[in-house]
Design a protein. Sequence first.
Length: 217
Amino acid sequence: MADRSSACAVSLSLPFDENLVSASRRVCGVDEAGRGPIAGPVFAAAVILDPDRPVDGLRDSKKLSERRRDELSREIREKSLAWAIAQCSVEEIDTLNILQASMLAMKRAIEGLTVLPEQALIDGNRCPQGLAIPATAIVRGDDRVPAISAASILAKTARDAVMLDLHEQYPEYGFNRHKGYPTAFHLERLKQYGVSPVHRKSYAPVRKILDLWYDKT
């Protein structure tokens, strides 16, 4: 997509103003998953819902059970006009910082759609730079806008699947239990086994472990 527009409006109103999307059927919702973990990539998804094939029960992925997220993920992929999932690697996170990596993953997801949207609705209070379409950031959009909720679910389930794969490679860290979040169990295993290639070295808990291990050598 060519860089024709990088303007970003921000909606703080409650409830969500439906006039923001009434002019277009091809609106994509965009959300990310994985800013908080200290390991693994950050994911983003973009979804254009089909108004003729609604998906019931959409809401913020964090408020759904794992089983329900998986069920809705399959339904979203089947019924949507278009969807795309993208990610930024651990190396990109450490180089760019997590905010910029999240924005880049969102941009990649939007650009990966097979149907060109006329507008993007982004969860949060800012938009990725360099988008080719108008964008609006919706505060708490993942629980207010169905298309953003759908994106939240796709991003979360895709990232969780990757973390399960990483658990097979690095079972000592228990990624299947915490998906890379800094739980007490995860931090204890990090102290015990050191930093793996999939840990985010720019994050303070990981840097602390690196410093401890360097002190031992």
